[in-house]
Design a protein around this ligand. Structure first.
Ligand SMILES: [Zn+2]
Length: 158
């Protein structure tokens, strides 16, 4: 899923649990479970789960836009929620837990380590679980569905 979607899920978890440690843990676990849903980004990685050199530029642009949208989402939610998401420990911990697995994969792309490779393999075990059996979805449909979900989260929380 996109970082923006994981951020929205982190906000939902933070709202539901109201505790930073629980929010972080549930956010972290939610990442792997939500990633199981095929979301059209398998072509961005190679068989070693590294950024696919053929789509490297597209992948980097995708991540930059995604992170910018995630920050924009936080700013929007910061204005509509009574407990400002940009200043709340609960939301920060829940969102951090929700996006951390992808950040760890990104760090492993840059700084290779045995632990990083182990986590990357673990992450993509879940990420590709359904895609390996049934194929990936179209990226544009996945992004449309995620956009609808994010708008729904903003509407639900405001
Ligand atoms: Zn992920």
């Amino acid at each position: 899923m996109t970082t923006t979607t994981h951020t929205a899920i982190g906000v939902l978890i933070g709202t539901a649990v109201g505790n930073p440690i629980l929010g972080f843990g549930l956010g972290f676990i939610s990442h792997y479970l939500v990633d199981i849903i095929p979301h059209g980004d398998m072509h961005m990685r190679d068989s070693n789960n590294l950024v696919n050199k053929k789509n490297e530029r597209q992948s980097h642009v995708f991540v930059i836009i995604d992170v910018a949208l995630g920050i924009t989402l936080l700013n929007i939610l910061g204005t509509v929620l009574s407990d400002d998401v940009t200043r709340s420990t609960v939301y920060a911990a829940s969102i951090f837990g929700s996006v951390l697995p992808d950040a760890m994969v990104g760090v492993n792309d840059l700084v290779k380590s045995k632990l990083g490779r182990l986590h990357t393999r673990f992450h993509f075990h879940f990420h590709d679980l359904l895609c390996r059996k049934h194929g990936d979805s179209k990226l544009r449909y996945s992004l449309a569905a995620q956009a609808i979900f994010i708008v729904g989260v903003v509407y639900f929380l405001s």
